[in-house]
Design a protein around this ligand. Structure first.
Ligand SMILES: *Cc1c(COP(=O)(O)O)cnc(C)c1O
Ligand SMILES: [Zn+2]
Length: 399
């Protein structure tokens, strides 16, 4: 495998054992454990300073190669990442803070930050000699996996719920993926995926927190944000949270930047959810260490309609240790936020992502921010993935 110099292996977040990434490919191989594996590095061997990073072109998330498991040269990549941080003065005024910036992940190859996870996960699959990859997804991850798998000449088996958006289904087909649409919701797609995995022991999973590499790719969002803010730690990062891959990735990245001596401290990480599916918000507010699964999830925000996020202890740690929080708003407020942002700032947010904007408003109303704060809102995906949903919301208002 073409691993990077400081990459040590995969550390189990449950039992602490470090496994060889050559042989351990997914969850902790200890049959008693089965915990999530997390790529780990010898940070003392990494020599990165601000000037070195500044001298590199801002061209791809792989510019942080030393902090990724695989070499850039061996990566299955389309130069994902390196997305802009867009200043939103109107929103800052409305929120009563100094600055609001949008990390616009809609500018990725398949229109969402899922590309950051799949570039690393599909690279791992290729390194491990896989011929087929598989996952269940709410939509965007499936589309991204199909795109990267096609590029690496792998077959992608994608299980999506019927309510996944048209674009995600259509583009999975267009990228040559083997698409299975399952009646129901994400849990039903997951069950169909489990059945298929049991029948095909040669399929390589690229599913959330089954592969150790998706949060690893998504962590690069944090590196970029810090560099783009000239190393000033923002006060808050508000993130539309489903499985929590991005938020734990960024929390990890924040710890890494501290460890490397690049910055001191970290922002408050805030999980934004929809009231129709808010297991993390409920666990946070209830002081729990783990979520209770939502029995009847129901929100228009498909990407965060995740009723049973298995990594909840890690997500909750990120919120608490960073001094952040959790907030939920309803679908109506979320759609209104997407439309307000599109109208007032020009930026296109899918409904799922607008949960972060709407959540930021709610946090502002609750007095969570100060007038000299910098607030980062993650726009995890582009609005045109769900243009129909946004347009029909206008229709519902007679527009
Ligand atoms: C998947 C997805 C999310 C949630 O991501 P997690 O990192 O799993 O919490 C948020 N927004 C969009 C657009 C998504 O596709
Ligand atoms: Zn373990």
């Amino acid at each position: 495998m073409n691993t990077t110099d400081a990459f040590v292996g995969l550390e189990c977040i449950e039992c602490g054992e470090i496994h060889d990434a050559e042989t351990a490919t997914h969850r902790c191989p200890d049959p008693e454990c089965g915990g999530i594996l997390d790529p780990t590095y010898d940070y003392d061997a990494i020599d990165l300073d601000r000037a070195t990073l500044a001298a590199r072109p801002f061209d791809s998330m792989w510019r942080y190669e030393e902090l990724l498991p695989f070499t850039r040269e061996s990566a299955v990549t389309m130069d994902e990442g390196a997305t802009p941080l867009v200043e939103c003065d109107n929103l800052a005024d409305e929120l009563g803070v100094d600055r609001v910036v949008f990390k616009d992940e809609g500018r990725n190859p398949t229109g969402t930050f899922k590309d950051r996870g799949q570039t690393v996960a599909i690279t791992a699959a290729a390194h491990h000699g896989a011929s087929d990859v598989a996952l269940a997804s709410a939509g965007n991850a499936g589309q991204a996996a199909a795109a990267y798998a096609g590029r690496a000449d792998l077959e992608a088996h994608v299980f999506l719920p019927a309510r996944a958006g048209f674009t995600m289904k259509a583009m999975t087909n267009v990228h040559g993926g083997d698409l299975t649409v399952v009646g129901g919701r994400i849990g039903d797609a997951g069950a169909a995926y489990d059945d298929a995995m049991a029948e095909h022991d040669d399929w390589y999973s690229v599913k959330t927190f089954v592969t150790p590499y998706r949060h690893e790719g998504k962590k690069t969002m944090y590196y970029e944000i810090l560099e783009q803010l000239d190393w000033e730690i923002p006060d808050a990062i508000v993130y539309p949270t489903g499985g929590g891959v991005g938020i734990v990735g960024m929390y990890k990245a924040a710890q890494e930047f501290e460890q490397l001596g690049l910055v001191d401290g970290m922002p408050g990480f805030y999980a934004a959810q929809a009231t129709g599916c808010q297991p993390i918000v409920e666990a946070f507010e209830g002081g729990l260490d783990r979520h209770n699964p939502v029995e009847y999830p129901d929100t228009i925000c498909g990407g965060i309609e995740i009723p049973d996020p298995g990594a909840s202890p890690w997500i909750l740690e990120a919120l608490r240790e960073s001094g952040g929080g959790a907030v939920a708003t309803d679908d109506e407020a979320i759609l209104e936020a997407a439309i307000a942002v599109a109208k007032g700032e020009g930026l296109e947010m899918a409904p799922t992502c607008a949960a972060a904007a709407s959540g930021a408003w709610e946090l502002g109303d609750r007095g969570e921010f100060d007038d000299d704060d910098t607030v980062v809102i993650l726009n995890t995906g582009t609005g045109n993935k769900d243009a129909d949903v946004l347009r029909s919301h206008l229709m519902g208002k007679g527009i």
